[in-house]
Design a protein around this ligand. Structure first.
Ligand SMILES: NC(=O)c1ccc[n+]([C@@H]2O[C@H](COP(=O)([O-])OP(=O)(O)OC[C@H]3O[C@@H](n4cnc5c(N)ncnc54)[C@H](O)[C@@H]3O)[C@@H](O)[C@H]2O)c1
Length: 251
């Protein structure tokens, strides 16, 4: 028996990067996965790869910044599978800027694609996660934990996600719902783009990773997500796992 046999998961941002790595790791452990993403082309491509392991995976094209669509995403998953066991809030977008140049539009981008979808998808999923004694996995960042330069809006949205994850972990523990966070470093398209735009900043980040490499999307981050999605982590909630090659240590 595989670790996620019979489980149904939603993974936002599952068309590429860490989201896709987690989706691959989940299907190889028996889960049925609904990936939600803005990028239809990559979403369709990912779903074909996932379906080689699990024919019942689906792609839901959506812009998570459209908050009125979020309940419908959860409803579509319930209509398709009749259950929801795992919610992974992974997608987000942001712009790097010096603090004094940040505009309302920059703040909105980070919060509308990261914080609000995480918050509202958790609310929409709650009745079903209560039934399944489910798992929520949210995404933090070392940028927020450390206060990295030029990451004002991203850091703020990420720390807000950490805060609501801890609140929900406390409020939902009586229902057997676990809420945990991953703070990753991994070789995603987002990081590759950033490395081209900010080569010095990228090299500085790399030099601070004790394990001397970026994480692999599926084998490093996806496998930790499998752990947080499975019964193996039943006695953990409200925690942030640093899956970042040792770059940052929480006390
Ligand atoms: N990669 C890293 O080193 C790193 C470091 C710290 C934190 N993180 C966090 O891990 C998570 C995944 O990161 P990644 O590097 O794989 O990201 P990425 O930018 O490579 O991929 C993000 C995915 O989300 C999708 N997406 C973006 N905006 C969307 C929207 N509005 N609606 C629907 N889908 C949308 C994109 O199409 C893409 O498929 C993010 O929460 C990120 O902040 C990553």
């Amino acid at each position: 028996m595989s670790r996620l046999d019979g489980k149904v998961a939603i993974i936002t941002g599952g068309a590429s990067g860490i989201g896709k790595g987690m989706a691959m790791a989940f299907v190889k452990e028996g889960a049925k996965v609904a990936i939600v993403d803005l990028n239809e082309e990559l979403g369709q491509q990912s779903i074909k790869e996932l379906q080689e392991y699990q024919p019942e995976c689906i792609f839901i094209p959506a812009n998570l910044a459209e908050s009125d669509k979020l309940k419908g995403i959860v409803q579509q998953v319930m209509d398709t599978y009749g259950q929801l066991d795992i919610l992974v809030n992974n997608a987000n977008a942001s712009r790097m800027k010096p603090f004094e140049e940040i505009t309302q539009a920059d703040i909105d981008l980070s919060f509308n694609t990261g914080f609000y979808p995480t918050f509202y998808l958790m609310q929409a999923a709650f009745p079903y996660l209560k039934e399944s004694k489910g798992k929520v996995i949210n995404f933090a960042s070392g940028a927020g934990i450390n206060g990295d330069v030029s990451q004002g809006t991203y850091a703020a949205a990420k720390e807000a996600i950490c805060a609501i994850s801890r609140v929900a972990a406390n409020e939902w523990s009586p229902y057997g719902i676990n809420v945990n966070l991953i703070s990753p470093i991994a070789n995603s398209p987002g990081v590759q783009k950033w490395a081209k735009e900010e080569p010095e900043y990228y090299q500085a980040m790399l030099s601070k990773i004790p394990l001397r490499r970026l994480g692999e999307l599926e084998s490093d981050i996806g496998r930790v997500a499998v752990f947080l999605a499975s019964a193996d982590s039943d006695y953990m909630t409200g925690q942030t796992l640093m899956v970042d090659g040792g770059a940052r240590k929480l006390r």
